[in-house]
Design a protein around this ligand. Structure first.
Ligand code: BV8
Length: 241
């Protein structure tokens, strides 16, 4: 592990692999979500326009799964919260995940670039509201009283992820970029490591079960389960300064 100045800003990108050991499915593992349903049928604006009931059912099932009492943050989520507390420089977690396990694990400085499953957005007035119950075409917006305009506050394929300017600035200034639990298949998140290499100056590390699609672009890689490799990585980082 290269030594990093303790005042250096750190950007951590996370994907579904960080939540797998908490009991949430990933997308592209053999038993993953996209092995059971097609992106085109449930995770695009066209899918919602053509069959809102099907899309609502897909996200309602995931939302109720996430709210299950046995779904809890794991040691990797908690290790990142410790890093955020103990590191002198800023630690920004940019997650592709729409779950709330980083928050429940104690982290605070988080960008959900693909949105949040426990929020809804109104296609009428744009209001974003907390959402823990099922949505349907009969749901009524509490802000504008419109019926049938609510959908999950999730960034679908073909739509621009959230807070991209803030993310890009953070990547340029980072002294360390760590990618955790992502297969590196979905852009623009999969391109962050290349952006750091081309325009930034940060050290780049991949922590994943196996080499991702972008593995060769990282200066350093550690492979294993996040509940082992992430706490070890954070411990090494904090003790090296
Ligand atoms: C956009 C919310 C355009 C929905 C998601 C080039 C540039 C820009 C865009 C594109 C491009 N090429 C193609 C595109 C289009 C597209 C894209 O990337 N397609 C892919 C399939 C090729 N991108 C988009 O559409 C994006 N939008 O570009 O807009 C635009 C541009 C300008 C202006 C306007 C518009 C939007 C993408 C966001 C889509 N929404 N999520 C939902 O969740 O339902 S993305 C989807 O994939 C998932 O939700 C997830 O967030 C994301 C990434 O998946 P991962 O998190 O990596 O999960 P995965 O299962 O793949 O991998 C898990 C990893 O963990 C594995 O490696 C595994 O080994 C590891 N693991 C498992 N267990 C463990 C573990 N590791 C350690 N320990 C363990 N225990």
């Amino acid at each position: 592990m290269k030594s990093i100045d303790k005042d250096a800003p750190i950007v951590v990108l996370t994907g579904a692999g960080i939540s797998k050991e908490s009991g949430l499915d990933t997308f592209r593992d053999t038993d993953g979500i996209w092995s059971k349903v097609r992106i085109e049928d449930v995770a695009t604006p066209d899918a919602f326009a053509q069959d809102p009931d099907r899309v609502h059912a897909f996200y309602n099932a995931r939302r109720q799964g996430l709210l299950g009492e046995n779904i809890k943050p794991n040691a990797a989520h908690q290790a990142l919260a410790l890093l955020e507390r103990e590191w002198t420089g800023e630690v920004l977690i940019v997650t592709q995940n729409i779950d709330n396990l980083h928050e429940h694990g104690g982290a605070q400085n988080i960008i959900h670039m693909h949105g949040e499953l426990l929020k809804s957005i109104c296609n009428g007035c744009g209001a974003i509201t907390g959402c823990t119950s099922d949505l349907s075409i009969s749901s009524v917006c509490r802000s504008c009283d419109a019926k049938g305009t609510l959908r999950p506050q999730v960034v679908w394929f073909g739509k621009m992820p959230l807070e991209m300017e803030r993310i890009e600035l953070a990547l340029m200034n980072a002294g360390l970029f760590v990618s955790i639990g992502t297969s590196g298949n979905v852009y623009p998140a999969a391109g962050f490591v290349d952006a750091v290499r081309r325009y930034g100056h940060g050290h780049t590390v991949e922590l994943n079960l196996e080499p991702s699609a972008g593995a060769t672009m990282f200066v350093e890689s550690v492979h294993g389960e996040v509940t082992t490799i992430v706490p070890n990585f954070v411990k090494g980082l904090l003790s090296s300064c």
